[in-house]
Design a protein around this ligand. Structure first.
Ligand SMILES: *[C@@H]1O[C@H](CO)[C@@H](O)[C@H](O)[C@H]1NC(C)=O
Length: 596
């Protein structure tokens, strides 16, 4: 047949076309009948999230706690002050009930295949891409952030993580084979990544959608159930976001109890940490992180702590300011500065310092502050999510200025003309800041650019290392080798050369050192931390060779047992070949030792 094809050019062409057609038809059939497609589902968006919604009662005093109504969370839009709803705060009893439900559901979930889990993630990803605007509106309404900040932080970052798990998750969690030791060459040695059981995550309010979805997708893909406690600051958006997950799971034919959502005051978090879950992730401040670690020690629950940072951008003398400054501005003002990996300190070489300050001062003055959903004009910087930040910030800036820093712009709350009770902070520029000043050591989490001057690379590293935090850093330079030299000297968990936040979008593990916490999420390493890492050996040739201890080592140990082990050690670990051989010969002839 083959020779026929090659001999006859006409037949040759026909054969190729036929084969191609068969291949295409087969491919289409596989696609059509494979179970690989996302399931479509819908979730109604709350009316309050619609841009231009102004029906909410504007609150006089903005506080999520109402003394008249204890046990409830007052949810409001921080960019307008409009009341959104009052939601019951979850209590210790809710934690107990949730744990019971999820424990039960996890038994079945642990048996699902990676393909089934991928289908859930694909359906979720499909929903997110199709409903980006709605998800962002809900986030903007609950946190006050701008739309671009929501698109980046809530949607883009989330889609990337889901896509990565869909594509690479199974490989990351497949058994890893290792070389067995010289002594046990007849063994297979491998590590398996099994579900931990039920994990919990206590997440922060700065990205209510992304921070919620991240732990859920990792947990589910690893075969775990999860209880996720959202911050009480974003209780309102949790209702819509949790519905998305529940409907997605139900649409894919799974028990929605596998994910449990909680939202309550610190008592609820404390109860969850002590509940006896099998693993814990906490995103928040170092102070609360210490309490979490101490509470989780009662049950010895392993924890991953992500406790914020005081990230630096180091601008060496060789940078192109026009190219770098837009990146710096985004790193500082993204999400009104409320980012774990936001740029909190800008270290600028003395030779470009004045020019840098001149350009950013102009840019910062032009930033438009406002409510993304209700203001007609565009908004660059949204509101601050927490009401008690305003006084804290003004005090922090005051004490920093009293120690010699210069306040070039801002330094006070911004009063919105239509919504005077809403909480905004004017974008602020503080220069000539030094490492001893209070703002160099505390995470400010606000739209403030802190500029510091340095003379040598060593000095820049010293300043960067000195905050106690160690999450991320950025080095800007056109000298790639110098950039890598600096990367090695920075004490932190992540560094980007000539960029900001890129490690995150490259699915590298996320986490820090020092008071930034420990443990990782994201990427291969993060996904594996959601698993029970189980080490296993098996016989390589079970039909041929199995371990049997030499007689001389059987109990009761006979004369020469210890010498036998000595000689064995020599064979394997002696440095020189001749010594190895000597040991080998003694082993074979069975040398005895008189003092034994
Ligand atoms: C910064 O920290 C790193 C990592 O701990 C260390 O190797 C380096 O020597 C430190 N450098 C300075 C100048 O503090």
């Amino acid at each position: 047949m083959l020779s026929l094809i090659f001999e006859n050019p006409q037949l040759n062409l026909n054969a190729i076309i036929t084969l191609l057609l068969i291949a295409i038809i087969t491919f289409v059939f596989i696609k059509l009948f494979s179970d690989d497609k996302p399931i479509e589902f819908t979730v109604p968006v709350p009316i309050e999230a619609k841009p231009g919604w102004v029906d909410g009662k504007i609150l006089e005093k903005l506080n999520i706690k109402d003394p008249q109504n204890p046990g409830y969370i007052t949810c409001y839009d921080p960019a307008t002050g409009q009341l959104l709803s009052n939601i019951r705060a979850h209590t210790e009893q809710d934690v107990i009930n949730s744990l019971k439900k999820v424990r039960n559901a996890q038994k079945k979930w642990a048996l699902t295949t990676f393909a089934e889990r991928r289908k859930v993630l694909k359906s979720l990803l499909n929903f997110i891409v199709k409903n980006q605007d709605e998800i962002c509106w809900v986030s903007c309404r609950d946190t006050g952030k701008s739309l671009v900040d929501a698109k980046f932080g809530e949607i883009l970052a989330t889609c990337e993580r889901i896509q990565w798990i869909i594509k690479k998750g199974e490989k990351a969690l497949s058994p890893q084979y290792h070389e067995s030791s010289m002594l046990l060459l007849y063994k297979i040695a491998k590590v398996m990544f099994e579900p931990l059981g039920v994990v919990a995550a206590l997440v922060s309010w700065n990205y209510p959608f992304h921070n919620l979805i991240g732990p859920i997708i990792s947990a589910l893909f690893a075969g775990n159930g999860i209880i996720i406690k959202s911050s009480e600051q974003v209780a309102w958006s949790l209702q819509y976001y949790s519905e998305i997950i529940k409907v997605c799971l139900i649409s894919c034919g799974h028990d929605p109890d596998i994910v449990q959502f909680l939202c309550g005051f610190p008592e609820c978090g404390e109860a969850l940490v002590k509940s006896g879950v099998d693993g814990l992730t906490f995103i928040g401040s170092p102070q609360v992180g210490k309490q979490i670690m101490s509470s989780s020690s009662t049950t010895l629950t392993p924890c991953i702590l992500e406790l914020g940072g005081k990230d630096c951008a180091i601008l060496r003398q060789d940078v192109n300011l026009n190219q770098v400054i837009p990146i710096i501005l985004r790193g500082v003002f993204q999400n009104s500065g409320q980012n774990c990996v936001g740029l909190e300190r800008i270290l600028v070489h003395e030779s470009i310092y004045d020019e840098f300050v001149k350009i950013v001062e102009q840019k910062i003055k032009e930033l438009r502050v406002g409510c993304a959903l209700n203001d007609e004009e565009g908004v660059d910087v949204g509101a601050l999510t927490m009401s008690d930040h305003l006084d804290r910030l003004s005090n922090l800036i005051k004490s920093t200025v009293s120690q010699g820093a210069k306040l070039l712009y801002g330094g006070y709350p911004f009063i919105h003309p239509l919504y005077p009770t809403a909480h905004y902070y004017t974008p602020t520029l503080l220069i000539d800041v030094t490492p001893e000043m209070p703002i160099s050591k505390t995470e400010h989490f606000a739209p403030i650019m802190v500029v510091m001057k340095f003379r040598t690379d060593d000095e820049a590293i010293e300043i960067a290392n000195a905050s106690g935090y160690g999450l991320g850093n950025s080095v800007f330079t056109r000298d790639q080798r110098r950039g890598e030299w600096m990367v090695r000297r920075l004490r932190c968990g992540m560094v980007n050369v000539n960029d900001f936040g890129a490690t995150y979008l490259c699915n590298l593990p996320f986490g820090g050192v020092g008071i930034s916490g420990f443990g990782r999420f994201g990427g291969i390493e993060g996904l594996r931390q959601q698993c029970l890492m189980k080490s296993i050996t098996l016989d390589r040739f079970p039909w041929l060779l199995q371990t049997s201890l030499p007689k001389i080592l059987n109990y009761p140990i006979s004369f020469g047992g210890s010498t036998f082990v000595s000689n064995l050690i020599k064979v394997v670990y002696e440095n020189r070949l001749i010594d190895k051989l000597k040991g080998g010969i003694k082993l074979v002839i069975g040398e005895s030792y008189k003092y034994e």
